[in-house]
Design a protein around this ligand. Structure first.
Ligand SMILES: [Cu+2]
Length: 64
């Protein structure tokens, strides 16, 4: 399980966009978004660096 803090997510559409962007690279990834805390928990074979790149490219800057 990897945790990213992601800015700019405001609604279910953003949640879906982040989830889909990750699942395009790893179809079996599970993604859990908490909009209130901007925390995204990801269970995936992808590296942390890859996940940060994917989420950032989807339009949501990653804090750490
Ligand atoms: Cu949204």
């Amino acid at each position: 399980m990897q945790t990213l803090f992601v800015t700019g997510m405001t609604c279910g559409g953003c949640t879906k966009a982040v989830t889909k962007a990750i699942q395009m690279q790893d179809a079996r990834a599970t993604v859990q978004v908490d909009l209130a805390t901007q925390k995204v928990e990801i269970d995936s074979k992808l590296s942390r660096e890859a996940l940060i790149t994917i989420v950032t490219n989807a339009g949501f800057p990653v804090v750490n």
